[in-house]
Write a protein that binds this ligand. Structure first.
Ligand SMILES: Cc1cc2nc3c(=O)[nH]c(=O)nc-3n(C[C@H](O)[C@H](O)[C@H](O)COP(=O)(O)OP(=O)(O)OC[C@H]3O[C@@H](n4cnc5c(N)ncnc54)[C@H](O)[C@@H]3O)c2cc1C
Ligand code: FES
Length: 269
């Protein structure tokens, strides 16, 4: 259950490549009454002097919360360039990503900072599914977060990390967008995956919905959405997911694509 009081937290790690618009931040709660989270949960992170913004929890290890942040406006720019030593955290907000049943083949598609909730998810489900293919797509190499080094995703033998970059990059196994990767590299083999989870920019999620709709596989797809979030606590109603009666900060951010027919018609068409 969400606690409505801020948990004070101290910066313990800030990883950023020179001039990158993306950074990994680790904050440690300074109280023993910190909140536990599950993959898919996000928190409202309050930056003193700026705003409280929603951020996916990319990983949690005891009192340590991991975030991956991309510069958009004032608050995210502050976090990426000069993160404050102390912040406030409210959480866990939202609902966990619906877990797959045991034993299946799982495909995770994360675009940009949309990868954040999927890292946490991959490391949680790895112990009971057959395999996890984690495809991480970014526009340029300086946006790339070293997931294997920071989150040690390679410690799981059944988790395969595939890096897709739109420009030439030696770390990438494929040059193009995530949709290009699915079309060229997966193609008809999409049915081999028991569940597919995707998180990232809205245009990518719209295209993916179309691909799965055409293939008749919407029942296997879960999308992690973003809306404008204000209170993050289910009070204000600002985060209603278009075309549904669901609140992102209570029922989301992960929803089955089968529930998103009207969202698709309103947002994507
Ligand atoms: C559930 C959820 C999880 C998120 N997880 C991450 C994450 O892990 N990493 C990350 O970098 N970003 C994440 N975001 C997006 C992040 O919250 C926004 O980039 C941030 O609020 C922008 O704040 P700003 O002051 O820097 O920019 P602003 O100038 O306030 O806004 C820049 C852009 O962000 C959008 N935006 C602004 N405020 C919000 C808000 N409260 N909710 C959603 N969008 C907003 C605006 O519409 C605008 O397009 C998440 C958003 C949601 C809803
Ligand atoms: S942001 Fe979801 S109800 Fe206020």
């Amino acid at each position: 259950m969400t606690s409505y009081a801020y948990v004070p937290a101290k910066l313990v790690k800030h990883v950023r490549k020179p001039n990158s618009p993306v950074a990994v931040l680790v904050y440690k709660a300074l109280t023993t009454r910190f909140f536990p989270s599950l993959p898919g949960h996000f928190c409202m992170l309050w930056v003193p002097g700026y705003e409280a913004i929603p951020l996916s929890i990319a990983y949690q290890e005891g009192a340590h919360y991991y975030f991956i942040v991309k510069k958009r406006g004032p608050t995210t720019t502050k976090l990426v360039e000069d993160p404050p030593r102390y912040v406030g955290l409210i959480g866990p907000a939202g609902s966990p990503i619906p877990a797959p049943s045991s034993g299946g083949k799982i495909l995770l598609l994360g675009g940009g900072v949309g990868i954040a909730p999927l890292i946490y998810f991959a490391t949680t489900i790895a112990s009971y599914v057959e395999s996890v293919t984690l495809v991480y797509g970014v526009r340029s190499s300086n946006e790339l977060v070293e997931l294997d080094q920071i989150f040690n995703v390679n410690r799981f033998k059944n988790v395969e990390l595939i890096i897709v970059v739109e420009e030439v990059c030696e770390r990438a196994v494929f040059k193009g967008t995530l949709i290009d990767y699915i079309t060229v590299k997966i193609g008809d083999r999409l049915e081999e995956y028991d569940r597919v989870y995707a998180s990232g920019p809205q245009t990518f999620l719209c295209k993916l919905y179309e691909v799965f709709n055409r293939a008749g596989l919407l029942d296997r797809l879960v999308l992690v959405l973003e809306t404008y979030v204000r209170c993050g606590l289910g009070f204000c109603g600002k985060c209603t997911i278009p075309g549904t009666s669901k609140l992102l900060c209570r029922d989301g951010p992960a929803l089955s694509a089968q529930l998103l027919k009207n969202w698709f018609a309103k947002i994507c068409v």
